[in-house]
Design a protein around this ligand. Structure first.
Ligand SMILES: NC(=O)c1ccc[n+]([C@@H]2O[C@H](COP(=O)([O-])OP(=O)(O)OC[C@H]3O[C@@H](n4cnc5c(N)ncnc54)[C@H](OP(=O)(O)O)[C@@H]3O)[C@@H](O)[C@H]2O)c1
Length: 280
């Protein structure tokens, strides 16, 4: 297992972590509930297998809020093992009129909901989730990020991150407070510039949908390389992400114990130059 990234410069984590969005519901947010006992078993097994970076949000809930990712994490793992890093996201508001973003004044309530849900006094990493799937180019995030930076100064947050942003948002935020991680869509086209800034500055780059985001991975190139290793397309997708940059972290999500084991085994696959060329 690669245990070789220091989040925010001071939190050692394995680059292969776990995303909790699909534990409450296979469909992601607001879908039909999954069995909570299974979700807790997956979380415990993830930690047994060496996961020490969980990605969650207070809004990762099944329909009607019946099953909540933060509650599953707390019930399965609290008191948390030493070294476990839990990243969460704040920002969006899901109302009857659809998705909007919270105001700077809303940030305290968002943070407090995560503190309570996870049962902690301080959150390890809080992303300001700016866009929904894509960065809203040109939109200022300064007011919202300043509000989070003030909560960090107060001691409620250890590190700050950004999600669904572009290089302009990252620069705007870094003028306010340090940014420890950026989380964007794995397949977004304009990632190269963002990744470059992250590499230069030791900022974690965390692509979501690392194994296809629930759409499967029907890709000839992945299948070809997977055949060389007797591996699955999902394992090669994770191995490729881990090979793509030393600052890239993977957070595959699953509610299946066997998929979890497959995903964790991807850390043992070292792709060759030929493999990477075939995947390009
Ligand atoms: N910042 C954002 O806007 C944002 C957006 C989306 C997601 N995220 C974060 O990113 C994490 C990962 O994203 P995601 O869960 O949507 O996408 P993902 O990890 O790419 O894909 C998860 C889906 O793939 C299936 N799967 C996982 N491992 C598999 C394997 N080895 N073989 C076959 N199928 C497998 C899972 O089904 P089973 O459960 O049946 O295994 C699930 O449906 C989330 O948990 C969340 O923390 C962030």
């Amino acid at each position: 297992m690669n245990r070789d990234f220091r989040l925010g410069g001071d939190l050692p984590i394995n680059r292969l972590g776990f995303g909790a969005m699909r534990l409450p519901s296979q469909q992601g947010m607001g879908g039909p509930s999954r069995d909570p006992e299974n979700g807790r078993a997956v979380l415990r097994h993830a930690v047994e297998l060496g996961v020490n970076h969980l990605d969650t949000a207070d809004f990762y809930v099944s329909v009607g809020g019946e099953v909540r990712a933060n509650t599953l994490i707390r019930e399965a793992l609290h008191p948390y093992p030493s070294g476990l890093v839990i990243a969460t996201k704040v920002g969006p508001v899901f109302g009857p009129g659809g998705l909007s973003h919270g105001t700077p004044a809303d940030m305290r309530g968002f943070v407090e909901a995560n503190l309570e849900g996870l049962g902690v006094d301080r959150l390890d990493l809080v992303y300001l989730r700016v866009g929904a799937m894509e960065p809203p180019h040109g939109e200022s995030i300064a007011d919202r990020f300043e509000a989070l930076a003030a909560l960090r100064e107060e001691g409620l947050i250890r590190h700050l991150g950004l999600s669904n942003v572009d290089t302009g948002h990252l620069a705007e935020a870094r003028a306010i407070a340090p940014v420890a991680a950026v989380q964007n869509h794995a397949a977004q086209s304009d990632e190269a510039d963002l990744l470059f800034v992250c590499e230069e500055s030791g900022i974690a780059f965390v692509p979501f949908f690392p194994v296809g985001g629930g759409q499967g991975l029907d890709d000839e190139r992945l299948a070809k390389v997977a055949a060389r290793y007797g591996a699955t397309a999902q394992q090669i997708s994770l191995a490729r992400l881990l090979a793509s940059s030393p600052v890239t972290l993977a957070i595959p999500g699953t509610g299946s114990l066997s998929h979890l084991e497959d995903n964790m085994n991807a850390a043992g696959i070292t792709l060759t130059e030929e493999d990477l060329a075939d995947l390009a």
